[in-house]
Ligand binder design. Structure first.
Ligand code: FA5
Length: 344
């Protein structure tokens, strides 16, 4: 019996994690064949003049052990009541989060085009002016650049590529895709785009998906067929499209694509009154056209061998034009309003 063994006994008591473990230690130390009793049994072998001191030491150790065990019992009792767990109570429920509704729409769009063999890509959100404009047949100072009002980045200008901008449209990816790969090209570029607008149909950050198809003998019928396929898959078999002449510097000829209104069935009227949603039976959906030869040339494509078309849609607008969505203000999508988001 020495200080080392005394410390070990007390430490073991301290380490006990459960009352069962403590009980086991108590038996080992204070039980009939335990440490203390064995020490007491040895008293007969102690010289008579040392017996008294020996007996006192053993009793003092016994007392310390008893006190420590009692103290530990109280601690374990307190802890066990604190962590009492009633398995029969109903579990806690936490509100489930979900992806933003537009993310689901984008995935759906990507899947439709993937089924037609279009490869999904995305190009820089912060882009050089060259890819957003020059490569798209819009040289510096060209008024058509005003149509894509642009956020400029405070960054040193590049001699070859000009200023840095927040990409104002996914058409910026056309030149990059032409340089990344060779025809046949089937690109679907889905990305964030930016313009300083804010009203019921415009937000400063929005998305676009850009289709680009370049191959031998590509013509407008392929463009119409592809968009028609998309519209029927996305909006339903009753919806139809029409192409209206328009102007984009990077396509020739160019079109606006309209989709028949899902609310009035494309008639423009409900109960002899003008349809409030479309007013005409048609909703404007996207810009499109045959890729301008200058754009193909800037991408290193042989214009005598290849032709192509491109389109650019806004997925937010597509979402709004779905009958079941009933969204009349695009800004709700980015308002962070949980009452709206919870519906998806
Ligand atoms: C363009 O951006 C062209 N790059 C489209 C294109 C691609 C034409 C390829 C030809 C060939 P536009 O500015 O019309 O075109 O925008 C296309 C679509 O983006 C719009 O129909 C609309 O759905 C969406 N859009 C444009 N600005 C915003 C905005 N501020 N907020 C939400 N959606 C927008």
């Amino acid at each position: 019996m020495n200080d080392v063994s005394e410390n070990t006994y007390l430490e073991n008591i301290n380490k006990a994690k459960t009352t069962d473990e403590l009980k086991k230690i108590e038996i080992e130390l204070l039980g009939r064949n335990g440490v203390i009793n064995n020490l007491l049994k040895k008293i007969k072998d102690i010289p008579p003049d040392q017996k008294r001191e020996y007996g006192q030491k053993v009793n003092s150790l016994k007392k310390k052990i008893e006190e420590k065990i009692e103290e530990k019992k109280q601690i374990l009792k307190k802890n066990s009541t604190k962590s009492f767990f009633d398995k029969t109570l109903p579990g806690k429920t936490y509100p489930k989060g979900s992806l933003h509704p537009l993310t689901y729409i984008i995935e759906e769009i990507a899947e439709i085009f993937s089924s037609l063999g279009f490869i999904r890509v995305s190009y820089p959100e912060v882009e050089w002016e060259y890819f957003s404009f020059e490569a798209l047949n819009m040289p510096k100072g060209h008024p058509a650049r005003d149509d894509f009002e642009t956020f400029f980045i405070d960054f040193p200008e590049n001699k070859q590529y000009g200023k840095m901008v927040l990409s104002p449209h996914t058409s910026s990816g056309q030149n990059r895709e032409m340089k990344r790969t060779t025809p046949p090209i089937r690109m679907i570029n889905i990305a964030k785009t930016y313009r300083p607008n804010w009203d019921t149909t415009h937000t400063p950050m929005f998305h676009q998906f850009e289709g680009l198809c370049i191959d031998k003998n590509i013509n407008i019928t392929h463009l119409k067929g592809t968009i028609n396929y998309f519209v029927k898959k996305f909006f339903g078999p009753k919806r139809t499209i029409r192409l209206r002449p328009a102007h984009f510097q990077f396509t020739e000829p160019s079109f606006e694509i309209d989709v028949s209104c899902g609310v009035c069935g494309g008639t423009g009227e409900i109960n002899n009154k003008k349809c409030k949603v479309c007013k005409s039976g048609w909703l404007e959906l996207a810009g499109a056209g045959m890729v301008h030869p200058n754009v193909l040339k800037a991408g290193g494509i042989d214009v005598n061998k290849y032709s192509g078309w491109a389109f650019g849609f806004g997925p937010e607008r597509c979402m709004m034009m779905r009958e079941e969505m009933a969204i009349d203000d695009i800004r709700i999508l980015y308002s962070g309003d949980i009452r709206f988001l919870e519906n998806f």
